[in-house]
Design a protein around this ligand. Structure first.
Ligand code: AMP
Ligand code: ZN
Length: 114
C-alpha cells in the first residue's frame, strides 16, 4: 500500500535489520527498541490493524505468532520469558497502521504494561 512504512520495509524500499523472511512474513528489529530484543513481525500483505483481520486472513496471525515463537527461541529469550504485543488504534499506542506483532524480551517485564 502506498505511504505505508511497513509495506515499504516489506518491499525493501526502506531499510531494516531483517531477522526472518518467508513468502508471507517479515521480521525485523525495531528502530527504537524498548527491550534488549525488540522485533516487529509483520505480514507482507497490508492489513491496517488487528481488528481488520477476517476469517480469510486470520491465518496470517498464526504465522506471525509461530514466527515470533521461533525467533524467541533462536534469540535465547524464551526463558525466562518474552512478550508479544499488538496495539490496536491510537488509544492503545498504535503508531504504524500495518499489522505488527511486537516481540519483546531480554529483560524483566512488568504488569500492567501502562
Ligand atoms: P506501534 O506503536 O504499536 O504501532 O509500533 C510501531 C513500532 O514500529 C514502534 O515500536 C516503532 O519504534 C517501530 N518503527 C517505526 N519505524 C520503524 C522503522 N523504520 N524500522 C523499524 N521499526 C520501526
Ligand atoms: Zn502496509
Amino acid at each position: 500500500m502506498a505511504d505505508c512504512l511497513f509495506c515499504g520495509i516489506a518491499a525493501k524500499e526502506i531499510p531494516a535489520r531483517v531477522a526472518y523472511e518467508d513468502e508471507a512474513v517479515l521480521a525485523f528489529h525495531d528502530i527504537n527498541p524498548q527491550a534488549p530484543v525488540h522485533l516487529q513481525v509483520i505480514p507482507k500483505r497490508h492489513i491496517a490493524r488487528v481488528s481488520e483481520l477476517t476469517s480469510e486472513t486470520i491465518g496470517l496471525m498464526g504465522k506471525l505468532v509461530l514466527t515470533a515463537n521461533r525467533l524467541a527461541g533462536e534469540l535465547k529469550i524464551a526463558e525466562p520469558g518474552y512478550r508479544l504485543v499488538v496495539n490496536c488504534n491510537a488509544g492503545a499506542g498504535q503508531s504504524v497502521y500495518h499489522l505488527h506483532l511486537h516481540l519483546l524480551g531480554g529483560r524483566p517485564m512488568r504488569w500492567p504494561p501502562g
